[in-house]
Design a protein around this ligand. Structure first.
Ligand SMILES: NC(=O)c1ccc[n+]([C@@H]2O[C@H](COP(=O)([O-])OP(=O)(O)OC[C@H]3O[C@@H](n4cnc5c(N)ncnc54)[C@H](OP(=O)(O)O)[C@@H]3O)[C@@H](O)[C@H]2O)c1
Length: 286
């Protein structure tokens, strides 16, 4: 059967990459975004571009029309708004006769998590399982790309300031996540399965600081800030109010070991091992 796969958040860094992998595999892609101009590059590559807004149930139903699979990538909205967005998206998908839903969740989607957004992930995963559609859930590990983008500033500060204690993280690139999520959308063997998508090594920040020093030739130490100072550092005028404290809680989750996990789920889905921190940083800065 020819598949038509809907990708939400296609204007974003993860969704755009997922759509790219699907197009590489000659799959019919419907790319969804609030502003079509942001997905013009995907349209040029052959995707159908449709307007999609998690806050507009009617628009979502129209966007899902004719798609057998829908990949749902959550927004950055506060938890309660995300719950409504996700519930409405599943309702719209069912109404549009979507057969399979693929949800990009997050590794600390557990009741015990210190991350303040995890209750949304728990709700979202539970409703995906109960949706009546076929499903696959991908709990994404922590993105490596934003840390890598931050390296010039880390080098100028001479420190990694994350309030992460002795916690270790198996960082993973968006590229590896996107390819695995695209494969989970295409594979019937992924139906009814939950994957934990991690990088190949769990590393503490002393070790990561050492890698940054080696790659850039500049001295960098792990010198954690307090959670309060880190939350202040994360304040940005256009970011949602909840974000600074949510980010601080994310590093509390790191400190508690919630990202200290290595699986081979990416290799299971893509057939190749994910890239590690050193290799990625060398490609970017070496
Ligand atoms: N694993 C991790 O380490 C990690 C880190 C950060 C975030 N995340 C999660 O992963 C998601 C994707 O990450 P990313 O790197 O691709 O983020 P990103 O580049 O900022 O993309 C976010 C996407 O969400 C879309 N969006 C926002 N509000 C929307 C709405 N109301 N309706 C429809 N689409 C909406 C944006 O579309 P517009 O172009 O319309 O704005 C954009 O495409 C994030 O939204 C977040 O939930 C994961």
């Amino acid at each position: 059967m020819t598949r038509k796969v809907f990708v939400s958040g296609a204007s974003g860094a993860l969704g755009g990459r997922i759509a790219g992998h699907l197009l590489d595999a000659d799959v019919a892609v419907v790319a969804g975004a609030r502003r079509l101009e942001r997905i013009e590059p995907l349209r040029v590559r052959g995707a159908e571009a449709r307007r999609f807004d998690y806050d507009d149930p009617t628009l979502m139903r129209i966007a899902f029309e004719g798609c057998d699979t829908a990949i749902l990538i959550p927004t950055f909205a506060p938890v309660v708004d995300r719950v409504r967005q996700h519930f409405d998206a599943l309702t719209a998908a069912r109404e549009a006769s979507v057969r399979k839903v693929v949800f990009a969740s997050f590794l600390p989607a557990t009741p015990e998590s210190h991350f303040t957004v995890s209750p949304f992930m728990l709700f979202a995963e539970a409703t995906v399982r109960q949706s009546g559609m076929a499903w696959a859930i991908l709990r994404d590990g922590l993105y490596l790309d934003p840390l890598a983008d931050w390296v010039p500033e880390i080098v100028s500060m001479g420190r990694i300031p994350y309030p992460a204690g002795e916690g270790r993280v198996a960082y993973v690139t968006r590229d590896d996540l996107a390819e695995a999520i695209a494969q989970a959308a295409l594979s019937d063997a992924a139906n009814g399965r939950l994957y934990r998508l991690t990088g190949p090594k769990a590393q503490g920040f002393v070790e990561i600081a050492g890698i940054i020093s080696d790659v850039t030739g500049k001295p960098v130490l792990y010198d954690p800030m307090s959670e309060q100072d880190f939350a202040r550092l994360c304040e940005e005028p256009e970011a949602p109010d909840y974000l600074p404290t949510a980010l601080a809680s994310l590093y509390r989750a790191v400190a508690a070991g919630e990202f200290d996990l290595v699986t081979d789920d990416i290799e299971t889905l893509t057939g190749r091992a994910p890239e590690d921190v050193e290799s990625y940083l060398k490609r970017k800065y070496g």
